[in-house]
Design a protein around this ligand. Structure first.
Ligand code: ADP
Length: 655
């Protein structure tokens, strides 16, 4: 009020200075202004004042102001007016005035008297009073005992915070009450709410049925049930629903409110809250769902199943095809992550979990893993799972992962068949290789056996002496066992090399493997007067390989080198075996000879099955060697230069 007085005072000063300016200000001010003479007659009235009273300007002029004041307030007014004239002062007063139509309305008057004239500005308090009255009008509201107040204290604190927030977002606040007879009304609904629902204040104040009639029929029961529950539990209410307007438009709204007790001690409650139009957000959500649907549709079109996993809650959604892949129907299976987890083959569980964790911990860039998954009929299917994190929590940890399942059983079956086929081929060619080397190996075994016989004869002699030299005997006996062991080792290697049993990968030291191969190739090399050089790097990491298969490749390469050197008149014939780290992920074995190089024209054909330049050659060796190395996810390459010889490179991954 003080602000308005200030405003009036400054207007007054300006009036002294500029009559015209004041007249303009006076006439167009949004607040009603009157000027009274010292006889209390209205001498001036602006437009807002005539509208306020609903009385034409010429009717207002020359009336006594007291004729507009209700009888109950007349005395207070006269007293104030007398003072104003006498003391030239600024005074505020609240009165009830009479409208031209006969109704009364509350006002606040800001009065200023100067030079026997009283200027009055009038503020209509009707709306404010009305709001205050209805806010106090609680007697019909659901009665609640004060004991029930306590648990809601926090909510009330929250409500006050909300009130503060909503005061910054004007116009969306409402107050809602349910009468004991079940009817509802909105004693207070701000401008924004009225705009939102396209209703006038009177439409909803006393009877909310009009507003309820706007609720979309499909959402009506849900809204009513949620309100009833909130009222029953004295709990906060929040709900999202659609409104259907008379012109057919549909809008989504979100309402939330908290219960608060009336402050007049009546122990009664009302719900106070705010509402927003969330149509745009709902549309965006819908579009998102649509695009998600399209994405799933596209993926499923390729025959893949789709999964959607909430990493935090372990809830999971599986698509129809995901379930059908395992023999389930769309309605089967619970929407949980564990429905997937417990179906994984026990032998694959660890590797799958590790792959998933590594991806979630951002140690790997992709999540793609192959495993067996149990079907409804307890059989297993090979699945390729791929996925990405689609959403992160505010803290940055994975929230949601989406991905696909591809049935790779056919491919796995084919792979298995190829593997068996390769195994058989490898076995046949190994036998061929062994056949070619048998004479040499027999010779290699013969040597220690001959030595053993000689040592045994010597032992006999020494033992028959009168005073046997025990120290010598012990030494020779150990030489006997050494030679016997050597022969046994060669036979053992040969036996395992020729066996046709499914071998599997084991953790292997490559240098030991190379040395074992030499046992079988040695006699061949010696026979052809070939010097064997070893360049083995130290402290190599262990490799996970099928020992027999890698040995087969090495022996095959060494034998090819031997043959390339046999027809060569190079005076110093060498085969060099090297092992080295190529980089931190790969290890390489090299088999180098200085024999006749591979002619340029045939270099491309070397790995083609049945390609050979030898009269008795089969031409299968290198093609099988390449397949065996490929089965280890490695590569077999070579280079060959006339005059220098040929070098084959076996490159194997360390993991
Ligand atoms: P095969 O030894 O039965 O001929 P392979 O597949 O092992 O079959 O070898 C194919 C061909 O590659 C050989 O016939 C030979 O011409 C060539 N080759 C292989 N290794 C060497 C080598 N170290 N030096 C020169 N030529 C080689």
């Amino acid at each position: 009020m003080e602000v308005q007085n200030e405003h009036l005072r400054s207007s007054q000063t300006q009036y002294e200075q500029s009559e015209g300016y004041y007249a303009d200000l006076f006439n167009n001010a949004p607040v009603g202004h009157l000027t009274l003479t010292e006889n209390e007659l209205i001498s001036e009235a602006n437009k807002a004042a005539t509208e306020l009273f609903g009385i034409e300007r010429h009717d207002l002029l020359s009336r006594r102001f007291a004729s507009l004041v209700v009888a109950e307030d007349a005395d207070r007014w006269y007293l104030l007016f007398a003072q104003l004239i006498k003391y030239n002062q600024a005074v505020d007063i609240e009165l009830m005035l009479k409208h031209g139509q006969g109704r009364y309305f509350p006002v606040q008057l800001n009065c200023l008297s100067i030079n026997a004239k009283v200027r009055i500005s009038i503020t209509d308090l009707s709306n404010i009073r009305q709001a205050e009255t209805v806010l106090r009008d609680v007697e019909e509201t659901v009665a609640i005992s004060t004991e029930q107040l306590h648990p809601l204290k926090n909510q009330i604190d929250l409500l006050h915070t909300l009130q503060k927030i909503t005061s910054l977002v004007p116009g969306m606040v409402y107050k809602f009450r349910l009468r004991p007879d079940g009817s509802a009304h909105f004693p207070f609904a701000s401008e924004g709410i009225r705009e939102l629902f396209q209703l006038s204040p009177d439409d909803v104040r006393d009877d909310a049925s009009q507003l309820f009639a706007l609720i979309h029929p499909d959402d009506f029961d849900g809204v009513v049930a949620s309100i009833q529950k909130a009222v029953q539990d004295l709990a906060p209410w929040s709900h999202e629903f659609r409104m259907k307007f008379y012109d057919g438009t549909i809008r989504w709204v979100s309402g939330s409110s908290l219960p608060e007790q009336e402050k007049d001690g009546s122990k009664l409650w009302y719900w106070y809250g705010f509402m927003f139009d969330i149509t745009d957000r709902k549309h965006r959500e819908h579009e998102l769902r649509e695009s998600e649907f399209l994405w799933k549709f596209a993926v499923e079109g390729s025959g893949d199943g789709v999964w959607d996993w909430n990493v935090q809650t372990n809830q999971a959604i599986y698509s129809r095809i995901w379930k059908e892949m395992l023999g389930y129907s769309e309605d089967d299976l619970l929407p949980t992550y564990h429905e997937w987890l417990w179906r994984i083959h026990p032998d694959d569980k660890l590797s799958v979990k590790e792959a998933l964790q590594a991806y979630l911990d951002r140690k790997t860039e992709v999540y793609a893993v192959e495993f067996r998954l149990r079907c409804k009929d307890d059989s297993y299917k090979w699945i390729l799972a791929r996925g990405i994190v689609a959403d992160y929590t505010e803290e940055g940890s994975p929230l949601r992962m989406i991905g696909t399942h591809t049935d790779i059983s056919k491919r796995k079956f084919q792979e298995q068949q190829d593997k068996e086929h390769l195994n058989q081929l490898a076995h046949i060619t190994r036998l061929g290789l062994m056949g070619e080397m048998a004479t040499g190996i027999a010779h290699e075994v013969n040597q220690p056996l001959t030595a053993t016989v000689n040592y045994a004869t010597a032992l006999n002699l020494l033992a028959s002496l009168d005073e046997p030299d025990l120290e010598k005997i012990t030494k020779i006996a150990s030489l006997v066992s050494e030679q016997a062991l050597r022969a046994g080792k060669i036979i053992h290697r040969m036996k395992s090399f020729c066996q046709n049993q499914n071998t599997s990968s084991t953790s292997t030291d490559i240098n030991t493997l190379i040395n074992d191969c030499i046992l079988l190739c040695n006699s061949d090399l010696k026979k052809h007067n070939i010097t064997l050089n070893l360049e083995l790097a130290e402290a190599l990491p262990m490799l996970f390989v099928d020992v027999i298969k890698i040995e087969q490749v090495l022996i095959n390469l060494i034998r090819n080198s031997t043959e390339a050197l046999a027809g060569n008149d190079n005076p110093i014939k060498t085969v060099t075996l090297s092992s080295l780290m190529l980089d931190e992920n790969q290890l390489q074995i090299q088999v180098r000879d200085n024999g006749s190089a591979v002619e340029q024209a045939i270099q491309e054909k070397l790995f083609i099955p049945f390609f050979t330049t030898k009269i008795e050659g089969m031409g299968m060796g290198l093609s099988i060697c390449r397949s065996l190395i490929a089965a280890h996810k490695g590569t077999l390459t070579f280079d060959s230069l006339s005059g220098l010889g040929t070098c084959f490179y076996i490159t194997l991954p360390i993991k």
